[in-house]
Design a protein around this ligand. Structure first.
Ligand SMILES: Cc1cc2nc3c(=O)[nH]c(=O)nc-3n(C[C@H](O)[C@H](O)[C@H](O)COP(=O)(O)OP(=O)(O)OC[C@H]3O[C@@H](n4cnc5c(N)ncnc54)[C@H](O)[C@@H]3O)c2cc1C
Length: 467
């Protein structure tokens, strides 16, 4: 499937670089077909673009060595975490080295008394939470895939908990970064706040590997709440479900999670996860706090749901029931794509101010009802963010055209509402024109920063914007 890849120029790896990498990394410098394919493929519809080689790093020192060798040979480096990004963010479109960080996967320190931890970038979010479980702490950011912390920091990821606990921009306290010149810097100390100079932490968070390679991350953690209650509630209409969320937020209910799934998405979830929920617009909720505080939150939300055509709440209070519920939500992407045999996924995400969310979802739903390509709506509606997942036939170019037209209309609608073309997936190669539509001249300032920090255009070239 073609997508909008601008591959630009590729330069073959010079023999001297190959020799140096073989010597430095031995069998962690790889050029086999399977490993190149794995690092060039995308989770969604983008065409596979192979790197020239893959290097698996074990340490910051190794990343420094790689950067210096590649800089001398003028060969690009594309950092790679788990490869689950949606907008072709880790695709090596100009070839070069795919730098796989997944083996830098140690939790270096947990400071329980300060509610933070220091991890290597290849640690995956689920493994981090297993590590923290015995200490009564958790890390809340949970994209649907089991992504790496380095990848999540680099895409400014979020997930179902963002409405209460924020996104990676809130979770990252400090970074160790290898610059395109091979210098190792730390962007901040562990203090909860700092006014010390430019906020480089937040510059690197969301920079999609274009400015530096993250080799260590200090993360903010949270205590596991006393009481956790999860529930599912179906509604007569999609509008009723959205209104319940908007009104709950307006009533200052501190929802921990609230996810919307339209009727088609519920059909897909039932089939994929072997569940039997009503196939109607549905909200998945989670409430955190003390027992009395949770009871208060539940009462308010139930009242609002009832007034908006919601049915009864189906509770999942045992940890294993909650895990089943949220696993079904996290698998919703695969459920939607696999509703159609042989289909591939085409996913988009927008985010709008809460006051415009109901209108934005209603208009988008109407577009999807009139489309010939199957599509579902689901999302982290508590912060105005939702996704559309299309299940497309990879051999039907007309479907790609139709989906691109619907996506364009959706993004134009979100921008007209003062929203954004991506709440959490980033720009990669898929949303570059929309970044310009959204931020105009600010994109030129981003280019100024990129040119100043990476004048050689060594790191993940061609992403976010073309220089
Ligand atoms: C089923 C499914 C559901 C998803 N749900 C969500 C969701 O709810 N919320 C959400 O935000 N995203 C979601 N995503 C997208 C994806 O999981 C996130 O974008 C995630 O942050 C990517 O992490 P990764 O480890 O896979 O990174 P990769 O895909 O490997 O890389 C992503 C970007 O980060 C850069 N990068 C990786 N590691 C480093 C490093 N150490 N230093 C510098 N740059 C680096 C890469 O070059 C690339 O630009 C979903 C994806 C799937 C497949």
């Amino acid at each position: 499937m073609a997508g909008t890849v601008q591959s630009g120029e590729r330069k073959p790896l010079p023999a001297s670089l190959v020799g140096a990498l073989e010597e430095r990394f031995a069998d962690r410098f790889q050029r086999g077909e399977a490993v190149l394919g794995q690092h060039g493929a995308s989770e969604t519809h983008f065409a596979t673009v192979l790197p020239d080689a893959v290097v698996f790093a074990y340490s910051t020192e190794e990343v420094v060595a790689l950067v210096k060798l590649c800089a001398a040979a003028d060969i690009p480096i594309v950092p790679f975490g788990a490869g689950t990004s949606i907008e072709g963010n880790a695709a090596p479109i100009r070839g070069g080295i795919s730098l796989d960080m997944s083996q830098m996967d140690r939790v270096l320190a947990v400071h329980a008394e300060d509610f933070d931890c220091v991890v290597q970038p290849g640690v995956r979010r689920e493994e981090l939470n297993v590590h923290l479980r015995d200490q009564g702490l958790f890390f809340p950011i949970d994209p649907g895939a089991n992504a790496t912390i380095g990848g999540m920091a680099s895409t400014r990821a979020s997930g179902t908990n963002a409405v209460r606990y924020g996104t990676m921009k809130d979770a990252v306290l400090s970074l160790e970064v290898v610059t395109p010149q091979g210098e190792v810097i730390r962007t901040a100390r562990r203090a909860r706040k700092s006014a010390a100079g430019y906020d480089l932490t937040r510059l690197y968070v969301g920079s999609e590997g274009t400015l530096g390679i993250i080799t260590e991350v200090t993360l903010r953690l949270h205590p596991v709440p006393d009481t956790i209650s999860a529930a599912v509630c179906s509604f007569d209409t999609l509008g009723g479900a959205v209104d319940t969320v908007v009104q709950s937020i307006q009533c200052a209910v501190p929802l921990a999670r609230v996810e919307i799934l339209d009727a088609k998405q519920m059909t897909a979830v039932n089939r994929w996860s072997k569940l039997d929920y009503p196939e109607a617009p549905t909200l998945f909720f989670e409430f955190h706090g003390s027992a009395s505080h949770v009871a208060e939150q539940v009462e308010t939300v139930k009242m609002l749901a009832e007034a908006n055509g919601g049915g009864s709440f189906g509770w999942s209070n045992l940890p294993e029931e909650r895990t089943k519920l949220w696993r079904a939500r996290h698998e919703a992407y695969y459920a939607a794509v696999n509703m159609r045999a042989g289909a591939i996924g085409w996913a988009t995400d927008v985010c709008v101010p809460m006051s415009r969310l109901a209108e934005c979802i209603a208009e988008t739903h109407a577009d999807l009802e009139g489309a010939s390509v199957p599509a579902t709506i689901l999302g982290h509606v508590g912060d105005g963010n939702f996704h559309v997942i299309f299940s497309i036939d990879p051999d039907a170019p007309a479907e790609l055209d139709e989906v691109e037209a619907i996506n364009a209309k959706l993004i134009e609608r979100a921008l007209a509402m003062d929203g954004t073309c991506t709440g959490e997936h980033g720009i990669g190669i898929g949303k570059q024109e929309w970044l310009v539509a959204e931020l105009g001249g600010a994109v030129e300032q981003m280019r100024v920063i990129k040119r100043a920090m990476d004048p050689q255009n060594l790191l993940n070239p061609g992403k976010i914007f073309v220089l």
